[in-house]
Design a protein around this ligand. Structure first.
Ligand code: MSP
Length: 646
């Protein structure tokens, strides 16, 4: 991903036999994020995805659904296209292998290879399962029977066409050995080299129409269709103008990355390179195989009923958090585990607590204390050294980790800068500076925190384009700069004096896992069904004799703001672990709203709801007071909300 070069990135094209799952979503989001980073680096970028519409799988699905294969394709392709729209995927092209622009290129390639003797006819001998209508090799069989249905198979000889793949074996081994970047990560490169230690056979590239009619007809024999992989792999060149637009093709080819899952390594690192070599084309720079998403420890499968539907997850938790989670959680090359609990934990820690709260506190303080207008970039002091260094280091780290395909580590560095900014904010206590009238210091601290957010939001933009646009807009950046550019991110001091801040709202409201959410709702409903106790004297609720009836819990303050028209009251949103509540408290004279988020306090959780100055209050916080002074009862260490206090 370097300036001056082009960046062409592809995903596998997906079978249209079923709806998209998290695996499909992952590769496509990964490609999208790489493409967006490349654009941020001002590298000309082309991002291709699409669907693989021929072959046995699609044919079978159509038969099962009682529709034609073309109908199967047309119905299912929409699911992929809609999902990509929802997930904010910015592909430059979407290719379907049933489009004439693709079919024509496949046929031209076949004809050319046939004319040059690279494809020849021969008898194919194998074990055939009549009910499954499939060929198997000897080693595919299970105790001599079909590996799919377990029934006996019969030896069959069938006339077919073959591509002289074996002729390229030595060349391919040399090529892989001399180009360490060609297959990544390194253990997948070893896997391919291991595969190539066995003699390579020629590749059967045809299927007689009597067995399978759903495919591209061989141009030199109308009795056959093309083997689905020989058709599918060609999408990477047909989409960018191979044999139809030389200038365009030469501009983009070869790709920087073919992104694939580990299960389609051989087709991409053996079949495809040998096909390209026979066509006389340059090799892709890197074929990168990522690991699989497991659900907990299990493989995802329809029969286990654990298939993660990306549309549903993004709808519940938001597109940006979903994109962030997938990239932050998977170390490229290894398997990763998706669980709702894991998702919610990371979301709450990284996005709700660290980034979301910081953004909201910084902008709100500028709105309240500086009239929403940013001061001039201040002279930096020693107190800012670490913040500036960590923030600018995140830019460099992200660039380097991107080139090494270690996006999770790049994101971890960005989050480290966010955490440093939180530490700086707490340490400098700008609410105190405001109280003391230390305007210069206050301006410097708020400027620096906002500036860190500008850089961080730019670095996270490719991963969370929606939320980071909101954040950048709230920092006062003009519309033309909402999409970041690398030069601007690598420089401290990009925010300008006079820029107007706006409240970003709650960027990442805390969430709870769905099963827990359901449990909470059910509990609430059950509670609502309980007969309401007879009206009693209010003093009963907190009488010392009844202390056992009080439910005292820790609560983490999420946000705090004044109650309009009531100068003693603050409206707090507190997190009790399984739910968030609003509490109105008479502490405005003693606390600035900006210093409260993040504190863990103690609340009476089972107090009757009340409406105070028109605002609903669900609980009461504990505070110590004497002679007009008041301090909140807080809990030491980083205790989360929801602990029982006794
Ligand atoms: N049509 C072929 C690819 C042709 S490319 C010229 C195909 N399609 S697929 O729809 O079955 O799979 C597409 C991709 O999804 C593959 O890269 C595969 O590795 C990936 N995944 C399928 N299940 C997955 C997970 N559970 N996790 C991550 N990716 C996985 O193969």
């Amino acid at each position: 991903m370097n300036k001056g070069e082009t960046f062409y990135v592809t995903t596998p094209i997906y079978y249209v036999n079923d709806r998209p799952h998290i695996g499909h979503a992952y590769t496509t989001i990964l490609a999208d994020v790489l493409a967006r980073y490349a654009r941020l680096l001002e590298t000309p970028t082309f991002f291709l995805t699409g669907t693989d519409e021929h072959g046995q799988k699609v044919y079978e699905a159509a038969r099962k659904n009682g529709i034609t294969p073309q109908q199967q394709c047309d119905d299912t392709v929409v699911r992929f296209q809609e999902l990509w729209k929802t997930l904010e995927i910015t592909h430059d092209d979407f290719i379907r292998t049933t489009e004439p622009r693709h079919e024509q290129v496949v046929q031209q390639i076949l004809q050319d290879l046939y004319d040059r003797g690279e494809i020849y006819a021969d008898d194919y001998e194998g074990w055939y399962c009549v009910p499954c209508e499939r060929f198997f090799t000897e080693k595919d069989l299970i105790e001599g029977n079909c590996r799919e249905c377990g029934r006996p198979v019969q030896k069959l000889v069938e006339r077919n066409y073959f591509f002289r793949m074996s002729a390229y074996q030595d060349w391919l081994v040399d090529y892989v050995e001399q180009h360490p970047d060609f297959i990544q990560p390194a253990h997948r490169r070893q896997e391919t080299l291991g595969f190539l230690r066995q003699p390579l056979c020629d590749l059967c590239i045809s299927r007689p129409k009597s067995r399978l009619s759903w495919g591209i007809e061989l141009p030199f024999d109308a009795g056959y269709v093309t083997y689905v992989w020989f058709d599918a792999l060609v999408n990477y060149i047909s989409a960018i103008g191979y044999l139809s637009d030389d200038v365009r093709f030469n501009h983009w080819w070869p790709p920087a990355y073919h992104l694939i899952g580990k299960d389609i390594l051989t087709t991409h690192t053996v079949y495809w390179p040998t096909m390209l070599k026979a066509m006389g084309l340059e090799m892709p720079k890197t074929i990168f195989a990522h690991g699989w998403w497991l659900v907990g420890k299990d493989k995802m499968s329809k029969s286990l009923g654990n298939v993660v539907n990306p549309m549903e997850t993004a709808e519940i938790y938001g597109v940006d958090p979903f994109r962030y989670f997938l990239l932050a959680e998977m170390t490229l090359g290894q398997d990763a585990s998706f669980t709702e609990e894991g998702f919610v934990t990371r979301y709450n820690a990284d996005l709700a607590n660290d980034l979301g709260n910081l953004a909201s506190r910084v902008v709100k303080m500028i709105l309240r204390n500086l009239n929403g207008t940013l001061p001039a970039p201040p002279e930096l002091t020693d107190a800012e050294t670490e913040l500036v260094e960590k923030t600018l280091a995140a830019v460099k780290h992200m660039e380097n980790y991107l080139n090494d395909m270690q996006l999770d580590r790049g994101l971890a560095e960005v989050m480290a800068a966010v955490r440093e900014c939180n530490r700086y904010f707490e340490q400098m206590a700008p609410w105190q500076l405001a109280k003391d009238g230390s305007t210069d210091d206050l301006e410097r601290v708020l400027y620096c925190a906002a500036e860190c957010l500008r850089i961080v939001s730019g670095l996270l933009f490719p991963v969370m384009p929606g939320k980071m646009t909101t954040l950048r807009r709230s920092l006062g950046l003009p519309e033309k700069d909402l999409k970041p550019r690398i030069e601007e991110l690598a420089q401290w001091g990009g925010l300008e004096s006079g820029m107007r801040m706006a409240d970003p709202g709650s960027l990442f409201p805390r969430v709870e896992p769905r099963d827990q959410a359901t449990a909470t709702t059910q509990k609430k409903q059950a509670e609502a069904r309980k007969p309401t106790p007879a009206k009693q004297d209010e003093s009963n609720l907190v009488d010392i004799k009844d202390v056992g009836r009080l439910s005292l819990k820790t609560a983490r303050i999420v946000s705090a703001e004044p109650v309009e028209g009531a100068d003693k009251l603050l409206k707090l949103v507190v997190d009790l672990g399984v739910e968030q509540r609003q509490i109105v408290a008479g502490i405005a004279k003693h606390y600035n709203p900006d210093e409260l988020p993040g504190k863990t306090i103690v609340v009476i959780a089972n107090l009757k709801p009340a409406v105070i100055r028109g605002v609903e209050s669900n609980g009461m916080l504990l505070a110590a007071q004497s002679k007009g002074e008041m301090r909140l009862v807080t809990v030491e260490d980083k205790v989360p909300g929801g602990w029982q206090v006794s």
